[in-house]
Design a protein around this ligand. Structure first.
Ligand SMILES: [Fe+2]
Length: 354
């Protein structure tokens, strides 16, 4: 199959997961980054296809690579793909690498990387899927092993074949044997041996919460002997030491604000922001930035319309302000942070596409 452009790529992905490898070959003008190009490596937790929030974070921190620890939001049949929805500015600057979580379209990922394939696949330009058992190397020579998959505690509310797939669970046979040594492991859920139990059955009354993926991750823990373990899935930030190993469970990427000191959903595996940030707020394409400002006891996402160039960003900001209860804060217009979610999604839908 010969695919000429992004629109055709999208159509092909929707039509059939088998086209994924062709898309990678035929539409990208670049190749995956080399280890030497991966100096600033930012890890994030669950994205759940909230591309606007991911874009804002990446525009703010500007990493060479962003590693997503599963529940990335790969739903080619009914949600915009990241290679289409993310601003080209983000994709040119940052390579995105993700392992699978439980909430992904597993058949299309398996079509791109059948079990036993332990190599990364660039499934769209700038978007790299790291199958279970695959390894990447970063600039300082450290090896990062990926071990995606988990069981959905909310599976009773989902439809098999549409938004739930039994292939979500990580099994020992999905992994290379023996499991290779690694400095860092990125997984979606965590090994059983971590003893972590944050989700309560009253929140997810789905019955048995036992996840066999966690036993499989015990095998990864034993085989890889990493110094650092990074995971998502639990929708909560938690950092601790287990013996000599650092463990970081990251929160979801959306619903918050970018902060220079980092956030519950980010972890710098290597490097860090090399340029001074303006402070907390929301980064937008083209260098626009909506700072978080305090007025009285409330915070607002502020748009300095006079300082913004006329263009799609300004139009989107005006549309947003027209639809919200806007306030004057230090002479500029501000909206409540809750409306920032609507604003980012609106910008993503209407202004960011390449
Ligand atoms: Fe998850």
């Amino acid at each position: 199959m010969k695919i000429k452009n992004k629109a055709e790529a999208l159509a092909a992905v929707r039509e059939c997961g088998l086209a994924l490898e062709d898309i990678s070959k035929d539409t990208k003008g670049t190749v995956m980054k080399k280890p030497s190009e991966m100096r600033n490596v930012l890890c994030v937790g669950d994205v759940h296809a909230r591309w606007a929030w991911l874009a804002s974070l990446l525009l703010y921190f500007k990493p060479d690579v962003c590693i997503c620890a599963g529940d990335f939001g790969w739903w080619p049949k009914f949600i915009d793909l990241p290679g289409i929805a993310l601003p080209s500015e983000v994709l040119e600057q940052t390579e995105i690498r993700f392992c699978d979580g439980n909430h992904e379209d597993h058949p299309s990922l398996l079509a791109a990387a059948p079990r036993g394939r332990f190599e990364p696949v660039e499934i769209m330009p700038g978007i790299v899927y790291q199958p279970r058992g695959s390894v990447m190397e970063i600039a300082d020579g450290r090896r990062v092993l990926f071990a995606g998959g988990a069981m959905s505690v909310d599976r009773k509310f989902r439809t098999e074949g549409r938004d739930w797939f039994p292939e979500e669970v990580l099994r020992p046979e999905h992994l290379p044997s023996p499991v290779p040594d690694a400095d860092v492991v990125v997984s979606h859920t965590v090994p059983l041996r971590f003893g972590l139990n944050l989700l309560s059955s009253s929140v997810y009354p789905a019955g048995n919460l036992f996840d066999p993926s966690r036993e499989a991750l015990d095998i990864v823990l034993e085989g890889a002997k990493p110094d650092i373990w990074i995971a998502g899935h639990w929708h909560e930030r938690k950092d601790w030491m287990l013996g000599r190993m650092e463990c970081h469970v990251l929160d979801m990427v959306y619903g918050g604000v970018c902060r220079p000191e980092g956030t519950p959903w980010t972890f710098w595996l290597s490097g860090g922001p090399g340029i001074e940030r303006t402070g907390p707020g929301w980064a937008l394409p083209g260098g626009a930035f909506l700072p978080l400002r305090e007025s009285g006891s409330k915070f607002y996402a502020c748009a300095d319309l006079e300082a913004m160039d006329d263009g799609p960003m300004k139009k989107a900001a005006l549309r947003l302000l027209a639809g919200c209860t806007a306030h004057q804060v230090d002479g500029v217009w501000g909206v409540k942070p809750g409306d920032a979610d609507r604003m980012l999604e609106n910008l993503c839908r209407n202004c960011w596409r390449a």
